[in-house]
Design a protein around this ligand. Structure first.
Ligand SMILES: [Zn+2]
Length: 179
């Protein structure tokens, strides 16, 4: 954080990597990607970015904030000696962004795998109204009546749910970069 201006010069890596591009576009859209490309060359303030891209500084700030929340960009804060205000110099952090992205995907993958395990092992019951499904024990406790609408509970075929989960899991595994 305490480096001099120009310390970001080490980040010469272009942003053409499709995964990184996908991450940035997913968060900040085309504008976000434009901002990222500029930050890959040098550290810039929000005002400088707004001038270069010719969009309102408020919009630049919003995009920067979204990128920051997703660990794509970081900033260095410097106090302006004349005005006493803080100036934020933004830079891009491609490796951190990919790491954070992978971490999120991994957590989601774990959740889906657990859910798949539950779907595979349990027998579910549902009503005609589409209320939430119940596992066998709960359905039996309720005398096979839906606790929401009081409709009759029938065994629910969850093979489509299982297939959908398997597809999602497979695609997540493919998205995980370098692991
Ligand atoms: Zn119901």
């Amino acid at each position: 954080m305490g480096k001099k201006r120009g310390g970001a010069k080490a980040q010469q890596k272009p942003l053409e990597d499709p995964v990184l591009r996908g991450i940035i576009m997913g968060i900040g859209g085309e504008r976000g990607y434009e901002i990222a490309k500029l930050l890959a060359k040098e550290e810039l303030t929000d005002d400088e970015l707004a001038k270069k891209i010719e969009i309102r500084v408020n919009l630049v700030r919003r995009i920067l904030y979204d990128l920051y929340e997703n660990r794509v960009v970081s900033y260095r804060r410097v106090r302006d000696e004349h005005s006493g205000w803080y100036i934020y110099y933004w830079r891009i952090d491609p490796e951190r962004a990919v790491g954070y992205f992978n971490e999120n995907k991994r957590l989601l993958l774990q959740k889906l795998e657990k859910r798949l395990e539950v779907e595979r092992s349990a027998m579910f019951f549902g009503c005609q109204e589409g209320c939430p499904k119940l596992p066998f024990e709960l359905a039996a406790e309720n005398d096979f009546k839906c606790p929401r609408c009081n409709g009759k509970l029938e065994p629910y075929d969850n093979s489509n749910v299982i297939k959908a989960l398997e597809r999602q899991i497979e695609s997540l595994r493919q998205q995980l970069v370098g692991s």
